[in-house]
Structure formats: structure tokens, C-alpha cells
Design a protein around this ligand. Structure first.
Ligand code: HEC
Length: 269
């Protein structure tokens, strides 16, 4: 009975050693589509080795990458309001054009070299490659965890989410100071990449939190808060994917704004 086990181990060893493959990053800005492959990106004269001291995808560990400055790659981003960053796992983040273009935080596209593959992501079988949007000096631009898309496949210039999908917005009659207004922005930045809202959004990873039944029609508010802070503390299974949002990722006031927004969305049909 040794043989199947040995074969399985050999298979695992081979699978672990499988080289990362060259890939294509699609840029779709100003109506034209540009396809850049791994070799072309690595060969650019502005490709550099950069250090990311607290890497969001790799549990805040320090990591080094071969990377290309996104601003140079995208040619200025003038007039781009929002960039949709689509990943091959169904994640689709809406990143403000101004953050990518003008912020003191600097966006870079890390490129996985098939000759030097990256480690698997914590808890996953695959690495963050073939392309990963990383930030130098992220605190200076208040860059959020869901603005570090990995397994990146495509960057597309799009309209700002609240204009593109009116059902994301709160009722116009809501007072300016109502926390649900701020909650809508928090939702767009931190949740929309995985969870649509009444059909709004481009993500495919998690359930829509507005329809068919809004999340707060079947979850309690304390249960919702606990699930956002650490979903494994509420329920768990091996395929669980919902990230934990600690107070650094989502300060208490933002969590409350988010709950107010989901309550507001549950009250509107
Ligand atoms: C990286 C993707 C991702 C992000 C970002 C994310 N979630 Fe999730 N979430 C999931 C997935 C996937 C599930 C399904 C359960 C699982 O796999 O853990 C889930 C489940 C949930 C559920 C349970 C829904 C149900 O009907 O069972 C709620 C509520 C929820 N998420 C809220 C949020 C909120 C609020 C945010 C923003 C602060 C957020 N999630 C951000 C991926 C994500």
C-alpha cells in the first residue's frame, strides 16, 4: 500500500514545481485595448526591483518584486475617472482614477517571472501572479486592502460606480450627515469587488448583499458585524473565502457606516 501514497507525494512534488506560465495583462483605456505579456513587461527599461514592507496579499509580510510603475504603463491616466481591476478569480475592484494618478502612494504592477515563481498565497493553492497591483507608500494615499488586486487579468477605464450603477446609491432624500451615505462609499471600496449590490458591481466571488433578499433581512446586525470582523468566528468550512476586516482595515466608524448602509438598502425595494 506504499505505492499510491508515494505516487501522490510525487505528484504533489511535481505540481509544486510546475513553473509559473507567461501571461497577458489587458489594458483597456481610452477605447483602445493593449495586451502586454510577461516578457514584454519584464523587458521594459523602467522595470525595477521593489520592496513591499507590508504586503496585503501575503499576510503583511515583506516581499520583493520585479515590477513596472503603473503610471508609466498607463500613460498618465488623464481623464480616467475609475479603473476596474479584474482578477482571474472573479474579484473586480473599482479603483478611483485620482488615487492611481495623483496620490503620494505609488501603484506598481508586480510581474511574476516564470523563472522565479512566487510562493502560494496564504491558504490558497496559487500565487498572487501572474500580475499583482502593489503600492509603495500605501499609507500616504490611504490605500485599502481591496485596492491590491492580485491574479490581475485586466484594467479597464469605466464610469464611477455610483454613476454606473444607480442602485448602489442611497435615497436622495437621506440627510447629508446620515452615516449610510458614507457607508455606500465604504461598500464600494471594501465590499463591491466581491459582493454585488442589487446587481450592481462586476465581482463574481461572493453573494449579492442586496438581492434577492437583502443581507439584513436574514442576518442580525451583531451577526453581520461579527462576520465582517472575522467570518471564521461565525461559521467556517474549508472553502471559506471572505476576508477578515480588522480595525486597521475597517475602523469602527466605517463598520457602523457600512451597517447603516446595509440597513438602508434592506429598507428599500
Ligand atoms: C475578497 C472577496 C470578498 C470581500 C472583499 C468581501 N467579501 Fe464578504 N464574502 C465573500 C465570500 C466568497 C463569501 C461567501 C462565504 C465565504 O466564502 O466565506 C462572503 C460572505 C459574506 C457575507 C455572508 C452572506 C451570506 O448570505 O451568507 C456577508 C454578510 C459579507 N460577506 C459581507 C461583506 C462585507 C460587508 C464586505 C466589505 C466590508 C465583504 N463581505 C467583503 C468574499 C468577500
Amino acid at each position: 500500500m506504499l505505492f499510491p501514497r508515494a505516487a501522490a507525494l510525487l505528484f504533489l512534488a511535481l505540481a509544486a514545481a510546475l513553473p509559473a506560465r507567461a501571461a497577458e495583462l489587458v489594458l483597456s483605456l481610452a477605447g483602445q485595448e493593449l495586451r502586454l505579456d510577461t516578457a514584454a513587461l519584464l523587458a521594459r527599461p523602467d522595470a525595477a526591483s521593489i520592496t513591499i514592507p507590508a504586503d496585503v496579499a501575503y499576510a503583511m509580510a515583506e516581499r520583493r518584486y520585479r515590477a513596472v510603475p503603473l503610471r508609466a504603463l498607463l500613460g498618465g491616466l488623464q481623464g480616467v475617472e475609475t479603473v476596474e481591476a479584474q482578477a482571474s478569480d472573479g474579484f473586480a475592484s473599482q479603483i478611483p482614477g485620482a488615487l492611481l494618478r495623483d496620490s503620494p502612494a505609488e501603484p506598481w504592477i508586480a510581474v511574476e517571472d516564470p523563472a522565479a515563481p512566487w510562493p502560494a498565497l496564504p491558504g490558497k493553492a496559487a500565487s498572487a501572479g501572474p500580475f499583482y497591483l502593489v503600492w509603495r507608500n500605501p499609507a500616504a494615499g490611504d490605500v485599502r486592502p481591496e485596492q491590491w488586486p492580485y491574479m490581475l487579468a485586466r484594467l479597464t477605464a469605466v464610469a464611477p460606480p455610483l454613476r454606473r450603477w444607480p442602485q448602489l446609491a442611497v435615497a436622495a432624500t437621506l440627510p447629508d450627515a446620515d452615516p449610510a451615505r458614507h457607508g455606500a462609499e465604504v461598500y464600494v471600496t471594501q465590499c463591491l469587488a466581491c459582493h454585488r449590490m442589487k446587481g450592481a458591481g462586476a465581482g463574481e466571488m461572493g453573494p449579492d448583499l442586496g438581492a434577492p433578499m437583502p443581507a439584513l433581512a436574514y442576518l442580525t446586525e451583531p451577526g453581520l458585524r461579527a462576520l465582517i470582523r472575522d467570518s471564521a468566528a461565525v461559521r467556517t468550512w474549508p472553502g471559506r473565502q471572505m476576508p477578515a476586516f480588522d480595525e486597521a482595515a475597517l475602523p469602527p466608524a466605517e463598520l457602523e457606516a457600512l451597517v447603516a448602509y446595509l440597513r438602508h438598502q434592506a429598507g428599500r425595494r
